[in-house]
Design a protein around this ligand. Structure first.
Ligand code: GAP
Length: 516
């Protein structure tokens, strides 16, 4: 099965088992907007809990807030979003389709990389054990030609984007001979800038309505509350403020399911430090955040850093953590050293002093900031695509299993009476009542036990607890583990400790090595 087919199956699975639905589906959906179903919301809440607890419980110096989505319109002038939160767009005149010019070019670059990889594969097959990849890259004429062209277009694209040279961007698209995937022609319009913020009106028309924006990131809610939190919490540098919340962007290229949405959720943390200490903290947060991802157990080689060469004017270091999705390595999290840009701008635009008095140096200054910013929905996609497996069993049957970390599983345990009689349902209900205050558990008595196991595998339930006739005699049940499908008998009294040890959030939090 190709990765593309696998991804399509995953999307269908998400719908069939109540994880993710297209928004307003009965009206044929709304592009790049999705709803989380009964399983999806549990998974999403668990991911948020994992992040929130990692930030606020494992660090003494990080606190959380929940700022409003609506903010004063001046906030977005200060942050630079009104002036510069733009995508360069280009239309194909024949298909009337609209594209992001930078995405067209990035797709073209990715294709060149694939062509180079294919040449290298050919070389590997030809030279077998004598193959030296570095030498091949440095000498093979076809690889050299492809690489040179790729690098030339890449360098021109970076320059044009940095200089906001829209005519230059169009020319590169023409020079790279990029065609519209729909019409197959090169009949392109000019490139225009398009602001990604959604706007709306606040107040009635009679009162004089004002245009306000749906926030395109949660970070600004943290910056404008810096002094409130610092003063009321008597926080000393270095310290962090964490927030989880919705953000909105009018994305033009909406692709890859919940990877790029118009309404999505972010988990952002701004870590305020002394000027001059930011790069040390940047390195520390890179490590801490990578450990957080790796603790999920999806394999260390499923992640990589993509350090930015091209930095935003306010940043002095930036990296992305990329995960290997079925459609390639893509960003899930950004870590940025944002200097004192945001707080300085808010000081300038609001006219209010935003300074920290450092009792150790007796100085007042605007702190520097390290930001970690991760998309909740991209994490949901990461967990689902890492966990989705189609397995052939020894008895010839097949099963689909979501092998996701037990602490993130929507349902921790299913309690299954073997038959619907002889008092077994009553015992199963008692077990459910014992567990339900601490864990999300399900009772299921419908269909054969095998079918019930399959249903639980498909939603990623780590434990199936079966109540049988022996239970009535000795108060033991069988516990079937999702991944190994192994079964063992344990006493009913031992169930809470078992579920807690493997499916409680602590099991994940313990895996991170947080150094203070
Ligand atoms: N405050 C910094 C900031 O917003 P960003 O790189 O634009 O930085 C951070 O976004 C994270 O938010 C991304 O790494 C991604 O996980 C998520 N994200 C951004 N745009 C998204 C979208 N349209 N749909 C889903 N997630 C998105």
């Amino acid at each position: 099965m190709t990765q593309e087919e696998l991804f399509k199956k995953l999307i269908a699975h998400c719908k069939e088992y109540g994880f993710i639905f297209p928004s307003s589906e009965i009206y044929d959906g709304l592009s790049a907007v999705y709803d989380y179903g009964q399983m999806g919301v549990e998974l999403k809440n668990n991911i948020k809990r994992y992040w929130w607890d990692s930030m606020t419980k494992l660090h003494d110096n990080i606190v959380g807030i929940d700022a409003a989505i609506f903010m004063h319109p001046r906030v977005w002038e200060a942050s630079g979003h009104v002036g510069a939160f733009n995508d360069p767009l280009i239309d194909n005149k024949d298909s009337k389709k609209r594209y992001r010019a930078d995405v067209l070019l990035e797709d073209w670059l990715a294709k060149q990389d694939e062509k180079i990889e294919k040449e290298i594969e050919k070389g590997r097959k030809r030279f077998k054990e004598n193959f030296d990849e570095a030498q091949f890259r440095a000498t093979n004429p076809r690889v050299l030609e492809l690489q040179a062209r790729r690098d030339e277009i890449d360098a021109r694209m970076v320059k044009a984007l940095n200089e906001n040279d829209l005519e230059g961007l169009r020319q590169i698209i023409i020079d790279a001979e990029i065609v519209c995937p729909i019409s197959g022609t090169r009949n392109w319009t000019e490139v225009r800038q398009f602001n990604l913020m959604f706007d709306t009106k606040i107040g009635s028309v009679a009162e004089g309505a004002n245009t306000i924006y749906l926030r395109p990131e949660t970070a600004q809610g943290i910056f404008v509350n810096f002094l409130n939190v610092q003063k009321t919490g008597r926080m000393k540098l270095p310290f962090g403020i964490a927030q989880i919340g919705k953000a909105f962007r009018n994305e033009i290229v909406a692709r890859q399911f919940i990877f790029r949405m118009r309404e999505f959720e972010q988990m952002e943390m701004q870590f305020f430090v002394r000027p001059g200490e930011e790069l040390g903290w940047f390195a520390k947060w890179k490590e801490t955040r990578m450990n957080w991802h790796r603790a999920l157990g999806f394999g260390d080689d499923s992640y990589r850093f993509h350090d930015h060469e091209k930095l935003a004017h306010y940043a002095n270091a930036a990296t992305d953590i990329e995960y290997r999705f079925p459609f390639g390595f893509k960003e899930v999290e950004g870590i940025h050293s944002r200097t004192n840009f945001d707080l300085s701008r808010h000081e300038e635009f609001s006219g209010k002093k935003i300074r920290y008095f450092d009792p150790e140096t007796n100085e007042s200054y605007i702190p520097y900031v390290i930001e970690t910013s991760i998309g909740v929905d991209r994490m949901v996609l990461q967990v689902l695509s890492a966990g989705y497996k189609e397995e052939k069993l020894e008895n010839g049957e097949e099963r689909v299993v979501l092998a996701i970390p037990a602490p993130l599983a929507p349902v921790k345990a299913a309690i299954l009476p073997l038959v619907k009689k002889d008092g077994l349902p009553e015992v199963a209900h008692r077990i459910k009542d014992m567990l339900k205050y601490d864990f999300n558990v399900q009772y299921d008595e419908k269909d054969s036990i095998g079918k019930r196991y399959r249903r639980q595998d498909a939603i990623g339930t780590p434990f199936c607890i079966t109540v049988d006739h022996q239970t009535l005699e000795d108060n033991t049940v069988t516990v079937r583990e999702r991944d190994t499908m192994e079964q063992h008998r344990i006493a009913i009294d031992e169930l809470p400790a078992l579920v807690k040890s493997q499916a409680g959030m602590r099991a994940l939090l313990d895996k991170q090595s947080i150094t203070r």
